[in-house]
Design a protein around this ligand. Structure first.
Ligand SMILES: Cc1ncc(COP(=O)(O)O)c(C=O)c1O
Length: 386
C-alpha cells in the first residue's frame, strides 16, 4: 500500500493525460523546439507555444510571451530576484518564505549591498499588510512574499500587499509554489508584477518545469541571469531583447512542458467545485488530528484561508522518526523536518525540535486514505518512543 501525502513537494499521481503527453513527445516528436524547419521541430514548437498560451490563460496573463519557462519554481524565483535587484536596493519579505526566496536574497545581501527586512507573521501564519507598510523604505524595490506557506498553508492577502507595494513604487514578487493550481490566481486583476511557481506541484505537470509571469513592460527592469542560444537573432552575440527569448537560453524541458500543457487542460476542464474535495480532505485531516492525544497541529484552522498543507508534531517522537515509522508501518508518505523554511519554523517554535511532520493531500487523495492515515497516527502516538 502507498498513501502519498507529499503533494506540496511535488504532486503524484499526475492525470493520465500528462503521462500520455510526455510519452507522445518523447517517442513521436523528440525534436528541439524553435531550432529546425522540419516538421517534427515545428510540431515541438507548437506544443511549447500551446503550453505557454495555456499557462498565460490560466494566470490571466494577457500576452503569452510574458510567461517564461524555467526548470522549477526555484529558478523562476532566482530569475526574478537577481534580475530585478540593483546594488543598494531594499527588499521587504517575510518569515514565511522558502529558502528559494531567502537564499537568493542572502546572496544579494552578501554580494550586492542589498538590505532585507523580514516581516513577522501571527501564530496562524498570516502576515499583517500594515506590517508590510511599516517595513517599507524609500529605496524598497521589491516586496517578495509567498502566497501560501509550505509549512502550515496560510494564504496571504496578496492583492492588498500588491497595492501597498505599488503605492511605494516597489514591485511585488509572489511565490505561488503552493497555490498555483490550487487557488485561482489572476495576475492582471491582483496586480502581481512577478508570479513564480513550479509546474509540478498543484499545476500537476511533470518535475523539471517552472515558470515566471512578468507584467508587460517590467522586462525592461529585469536582467537575464543566463545567456545562450535561442535559435533566433543568431548573428548577435548579445542576448535577444524580445520575450521569451531574453530569459530562455538553451533548450527547454520540452517533453515535460508537453506534460504541463496537458495538465493545464486537465485543470481547465474540472468543474468550479473541484477544489472542494481537497478542502474537505484538509478539514478531515485537521479535525482528525485534533482528536488524537499527544498531537499538536500548527497554523490556520480549516475555516481560515489556507491550502492543504498540514503540519503537526507528536509527543514522544522526533518528526523524522515519526514520518519514517508511518512509512514503514503503513506506506504513508509525508515529509518531516524544516521544509526549507527555517524562519517559519523559528516563528512556530519548532526550529530546534526537528521541525514538524507535514501532510499534504492532493487532487486524488480519498477520504478513506485520510482515515487510514489518522488511524496510523493515533496508533503510533499511543506508544511514544522517547
Ligand atoms: C513556498 C515554496 N517556494 C519555492 C519552492 C521551490 O519550488 P521548486 O521545488 O519547484 O523549485 C517550494 C518547493 O517546495 C515551495 O514550497
Amino acid at each position: 500500500m502507498r498513501i502519498y501525502l507529499d503533494n506540496s513537494a511535488t504532486s503524484w499521481p499526475k492525470p493520465e493525460a500528462v503521462y500520455e503527453a510526455v510519452d507522445h513527445y518523447q517517442r513521436d516528436i523528440g525534436a528541439s523546439a524553435g531550432r529546425g524547419a522540419y516538421q517534427s521541430a515545428q510540431q515541438a514548437q507548437r506544443i511549447v507555444t500551446e503550453t505557454r498560451a495555456a499557462c498565460a490563460r490560466f494566470f490571466g496573463v494577457t500576452d503569452h510571451n510574458q510567461v517564461i519557462f524555467t526548470h522549477n519554481g526555484t529558478a523562476a524565483l532566482n530569475l526574478a530576484i537577481h534580475g530585478v535587484l540593483r546594488k543598494g536596493d531594499h527588499v521587504v519579505t517575510t518569515v514565511c518564505e522558502h529558502n528559494s526566496v531567502l537564499r537568493p536574497l542572502q546572496m544579494q545581501i552578501d554580494q550586492n549591498e542589498v538590505e532585507v527586512t523580514y516581516v513577522d507573521c501571527d501564530p496562524a501564519g498570516y502576515v499583517d499588510p500594515a506590517a508590510v507598510t511599516d517595513a517599507l523604505e524609500p529605496n524598497t524595490r521589491l516586496v517578495a512574499i509567498t502566497h501560501a506557506s509550505n509549512v502550515i498553508g496560510a494564504i496571504q492577502p496578496i492583492a492588498e500587499i500588491a497595492r501597498i507595494a505599488h503605492e511605494a513604487s516597489a514591485f511585488i514578487l509572489v511565490d505561488a509554489a503552493q497555490t498555483a493550481g490550487c487557488v485561482p490566481i489572476d495576475v492582471t486583476v491582483e496586480e502581481i508584477d512577478l508570479l513564480a511557481c513550479g509546474g509540478h506541484k498543484g499545476l500537476l505537470g511533470p518535475l523539471g518545469t517552472g515558470l515566471l509571469c512578468i507584467r508587460p513592460g517590467l522586462e525592461n527592469q529585469i536582467c537575464p541571469t543566463q545567456q545562450g542560444g535561442t535559435g533566433t537573432d543568431s548573428l548577435s552575440e548579445s542576448q535577444p531583447e524580445q520575450l521569451p527569448d531574453k530569459y530562455e537560453a538553451g533548450n527547454l524541458n520540452q517533453h515535460a512542458l508537453a506534460g504541463l500543457g496537458a495538465a493545464i487542460h486537465f485543470l481547465e476542464q474540472q468543474p468550479a467545485t473541484w477544489h472542494q474535495s481537497l478542502q474537505l480532505r484538509t478539514r478531515q485531516l485537521l479535525e482528525g488530528l485534533a482528536t488524537i492525544p499527544g498531537v499538536t497541529t500548527y497554523g490556520p484552522t480549516a475555516d481560515q484561508p489556507r491550502v492543504g498543507v498540514v503540519s503537526c508534531s507528536v509527543e514522544g517522537y522526533d518528526p523524522q522518526e515519526f514520518a519514517a515509522a508511518l512509512d514503514a508501518s503503513c506506506g504513508i508518505e509525508c515529509r518531516a523536518g524544516l521544509h526549507c523554511a527555517p524562519r517559519m519554523h523559528t516563528a512556530l517554535g519548532t526550529a530546534n525540535t526537528g521541525g514538524t511532520i507535514r501532510f499534504s493531500p492532493g487532487w486524488s487523495t480519498t477520504a478513506a486514505e485520510i482515515d487510514t492515515t489518522l488511524e496510523a497516527i493515533a496508533a503510533l502516538a499511543a506508544v511514544p518512543v522517547h
